[in-house]
Write a protein that binds this ligand. Sequence first.
Ligand code: PMP
Length: 433
Amino acid sequence: MSLPSQISFSKKRTWSHDLPISFLMQQGVENPGVLSLAAGLVDQGSLPVDSTRKALEALFADPKTGREALQYGTTAGSLALRTLLLSHLSNLEQKSADELGITVDNIIVTTGSQQFLSLAGEVLLDPGDICLVAAPTYFVFLGVLQGLGARIISVETDEFGMRMDALESTLEMLESQGELAKVKMIYLVSDYENPSGLSLSIDRRRQVVEIARKWSRMQRILILEDLAYRELCYDGPVAPSIRSFDPTGETVILTQTFSKSFSPGLRVGFGVASPEICAAIRDKKGNDDFGSTNLSQHILARVLDDKLYYEHVEQLRSVYREKRDCMLDAADACFSDIPGVHWVHPNGGLYVWMTLPESIETGFQSPLFQRAVHEDKVMYVPGELFYAFDQGISAEEQPAIQKNHMRLTFGVQNPEGIREGMKRLSNAVKSLS
Ligand code: PMP
């Protein structure tokens, strides 16, 4: 019997088949010798092999704890880990868990913070609901929102992150159009934004909570705060989160990850939300996976408890500080004589956002990208990927998507690779200037 040739995929399958990440990875595979200033990987040499081995040895030295780690866990995540996360958060915020208004019941452990972002989107947004985002912002979350059929509206940013006057005027505009009731969420990457490297100023962290509350007239507008890079700070202490300005936790949902500060391979992140929201996320997660990898959670609980984690983060900061400085020095050396080129000096995170003259586009099909990959053998992430498409308005009405930026990362290359990559990239840009 021959099978019908068509497979009937779910009508909900709205995500793109040509994800930018797969495209970039494919470029790397097809073009050997290309130096990647694009890959969002962390520093290979700094991955915590020793601390993880010690944690595993300690875990398996006692068969009882070893067996616990190899058993299924709970959907919300290991209680031991969530208890340690409470003190981890109070450490970072310099406030007690009481002052922050959180208990273990406000915490849910997820498979990276990506899973938390995705679950939060799923349980809180219906098709047509509006999420306000910074322009530019983390494109993988834009993909999640698109997949959910949400309407994404970009809000202008400046050197201090999302502009609060622009946020208010967007909300006013939506109110005048009768769309305010659809605004459900404001998504913000507070520290060292991926891709811009910029952080939301402390004043704006306070203001955005006030604005979200003020405009929660029809229903609650929630802030989804993504703190993926918060611990990778190179020039000062960890900044207080937006959540720390919302002591009741009614407005802000926070998510963090151990991917950048420890190991992305463990796939452990977590979210902090009201018990109601945690319960909805837990129920959805229960249907998806019964809980995140128990072994990874046990490893993290060990390294947090033994303080190995904190030693590691200190070392990591100095490695990345050096690599960040190396990239900025290389930018000075290679790009400062090219008219119209400028870049952000990030105080943390993994990215340098570079702006070219408007006449030089950076997209996958642009002469610059093609020349960079095929001739100069270097790769970056085109800036246009980080700007949202607003499905609520026509293509002609879209705010201009900026096409002349590149996201560069100093995460994965060593200093030599960074210098060489920047030299190659400047050759490509010079050839078009
Ligand atoms: N948020 C931001 C801003 C990110 O850049 C990333 C990873 N690149 C994530 C969330 C998700 O990372 P993970 O799932 O590894 O925690």
